[in-house]
Structure formats: C-alpha cells, structure tokens
Design a binder for this molecule. Structure first.
Ligand code: UDP
Length: 371
C-alpha cells in the first residue's frame, strides 16, 4: 500500500517533560518515531509539556509547549482508582492546544502517546481522527474499560506494542501490533563479552530490580543500574537487603552515554513483575550486542529469542536467572544486534505507524508484516 505524505499532530505524555525520564520508554519511542516520520517524508507537529528537551534530529519540527501540573501515572495507583485530573493539569491543557492547532493547521490525524482516560473518551466526538499508541498493559480498571469500549466502536484507532500487552484487553478484533523503533545508528555494537551484568529502567516496584540484584549478589558481582529512581524507599530497601556495593547506581543518562555503558555488559537482566508493554531497554541492549536474560512475561517474552538473543526463564525464578547468566557465553552477540536491525528500526516503525493511520482498516497487512 502506498502512503501519501501525512501531516500529523503528536501529543506527548502528560507524566513529565521529554528528557526527564519520568515518561519512561514513551519518551524514547516518541522521539524515535518523529525522526522516522520525518525521514520518510511526513510532517510532524508536537504538543509537549513545558521543559521538554528535543534532540538535535528533531529540532526543526514545530513544537507547542504547554504548562500545567503533571498527571499521576496509572501504574502507581490502585487497580480500581478513579480517574483524577489535577486542577490546572497539563493533560487537558495539552488537548485544548492540540484540538486548536488541528483545526487551525488542518492536520490529517492526531496521535496520542499518553496512557490516559481523557483522550480516549473524547475520541468518538472530535475531528480530526485521534489515534492511540497504547503504552501499557491493563493496570487500571478505568483505563481498561475505556480501551475496551473504544475497541467496540473505533477499534482501528488503537495500536499496541506487542501481542502480550494487547492480551490484557478485551478487544473486539485482533489487535493492531506495531512493535517499536529506535535510531539504531545511535547504538554501537560492542563485541566484548567479559563485562559486568546490567539492568535499566525506572526504579519502581513493577520493574523488579530486586531479582536482578539477587543474581549479581549470588555471583558476588556488581550490577550496573541505569534509570530514574521513581521510588526512593523501594531503592533503599533493595540496597539494604544486599551486600554493600552490589548495586552501582549510574543514574538516568542521555541515550548516547547510556548505550555506550550498556554495550560493555556481558548480559542485561530484565525482570519486570508486570505485563511490560514492550521493554525498550531490552531492545536497546540487543542493539549494542548485549544478550538479554528475561522472564517469559510481557513484551520481553515476545522480543527475546531464547537461545539466540538471550535466555527466557520461568517467571520470578531467581535460580533460573542464575543458570541463564552462566550460559550467556552461548549467545552470539552479533545475533542480538542483527535482531534489532531487522526488527526495531525507527524507519520500519514509522512506516507501520503511517500505514496504520493512512488506512485505518489495514491492520491485517500490518500484522502480516510483523517479524
Ligand atoms: N533510559 C535512558 N537512560 C537511562 C536509563 C533508561 O534514556 O539511563 C530510557 C531507555 O532508553 C528506555 C526507557 O528509559 O527507552 C525505559 O523504557 P522501558 O520501555 O524499558 O520501560 P518504561 O519506563 O516505559 O516502563
């Protein structure tokens, strides 16, 4: 199917400004997609919270910065929590702005990156069409219901990163699954296989850092940890439960330095306790040639080819993680990089997104192009 050049309005996550790390993988996904869309000839306008930082490659696009209070993330509330929007919240302000710009500039579609109730709820009532790249599994009843409801009337406006993520929802048709994409030139292949063990992600309970740290403690090694510490108490509890110095906290680094340090690892351990929607860090590790040891759950369970690009083990089984870490030398680091190049480039991701938006009902084609 040929896709004509589109003029797209992208609406960022209301959890935090781009570059802060608070938006998690959505930040990297959004910025890679902008690069990919520009590269294949589409036009992009971005609405994002004040303070957002854009990389050089995205500097030429039109950006509308919006002020307001950040939205609380759904994964840190109870499953049955009601929908709440702070007074002077950035979420409604971003959508006011987005709808105003859409009318003024005549865009072809709006693409939403926020995992939030409001943009889903307004979808049937507004023009131009709003599309949603859903970034989490079903962590909240209110959100799950809203996504299920939208599937009944506007199924083709919803896309997911993996099949496992989509399986959390009761969709009326097969999900549109688009994977994810990265600027793989930014991730350098590192052939050395005698480095340390690594872990990366938001430091928060759903990410299960304690299991990866237990593996490092077993080998009396240091675990390198990158990412925003979202929950200080959780981080302290893990640290206090381990021999001193087990964790080397590297902080939240820009992609350039992050991938450079990541590539030095002999293995990357990914141990989320929730149904991870995708698992950007898993693919970023593979892009550097680093084998991944992960639970066979959520996105990572779909992304890692056990025995080829790493090892998938039984959920929550630390002994199995340890065994897998002993067998990591069986993995060819070239295969990891190769998988990333073939399956997770931003060019390929942007093409899928443009095709989805151009032809709402083209989901069968998109799915048949999955790797
Ligand atoms: N990340 C980063 N610098 C760091 C550690 C992590 O930029 O020092 C980014 C990483 O590139 C990834 C994101 O944080 O894109 C985490 O996304 P992931 O999908 O793994 O988890 P999420 O936070 O979305 O649940």
């Amino acid at each position: 199917m040929t896709v004509n050049a589109l003029k797209l309005l992208l609406v960022s996550t209301p959890i935090g400004s781009l570059g802060s790390g608070k938006g998690g993988g959505v930040e990297v996904t959004l910025l890679s997609l902008i690069q990919g869309l520009l590269r294949i000839g589409h036009e992009v306008i971005l609405v994002a919270p004040n303070g957002s930082q854009l990389p050089e490659e995205c500097k030429d696009i039109e950006v509308c910065y919006v002020s307001g209070l950040a939205q609380a993330s759904w994964q840190h509330q109870n499953y049955i929590s009601p929908v709440t929007i702070p007074v002077k919240g950035v979420l409604p302000s971003m959508w006011d702005k987005a709808l105003e710009i859409a009318l003024e500039k005549g865009v072809d579609a709006i693409l939403n990156f926020g995992y939030d109730w409001l943009p889903l709820w307004i979808t049937p009532y507004v023009r131009p069409n709003i599309f949603h790249l859903i970034s989490m599994g079903g962590v909240s009843e209110a959100m799950k219901n809203q996504i299920n409801n939208l599937s009944k009337t506007h199924h083709s406006r919803l896309a997911f990163h993996t099949h496992r993520q989509a399986s959390d929802y009761d969709l009326v048709q097969q999900p549109i699954v688009v994977g994810n994409g990265f600027d793989l030139d930014k991730y350098k292949f590192n052939p050395r296989s005698d480095g340390p063990l690594g872990w990366a992600g938001r430091v928060a309970p759903e990410k299960g850092l304690e299991d990866a740290a237990a593996v490092a403690a077993h080998f009396q090694e240091t675990l390198l940890v990158w990412g925003v510490v979202e929950n200080e108490q959780y981080a302290r509890n893990i640290e206090e439960s381990l021999p001193a110095g087990t964790i080397d906290w590297r902080g939240f680094l820009p992609t350039k330095e992050f991938q450079n340090q990541l590539g030095e690892c002999r293995a990357f351990i990914n141990t989320p306790k929730w149904n991870e929607a995708y698992g950007n860090v898993v693919v970023e590790a593979m892009a550097c040639g680093v084998p991944v040891i992960a639970y066979n759950r959520g996105g990572p369970g779909e992304l890692v080819n056990s025995g080829v690009t790493g090892w998938l083990v039984q959920n929550d089984d630390i002994d199995e993680l340890i065994l897998a870490a002993k067998r990591v030398d069986k993995i060819d680091r070239n295969k990891c990089r190769e998988w990333a190049l073939n399956s997770a480039s931003y060019q390929c991701f942007a093409k899928k997104i443009a095709m989805w938006i151009s032809e709402e009902n083209a989901y069968k084609n998109i799915n048949s192009n999955q790797n």
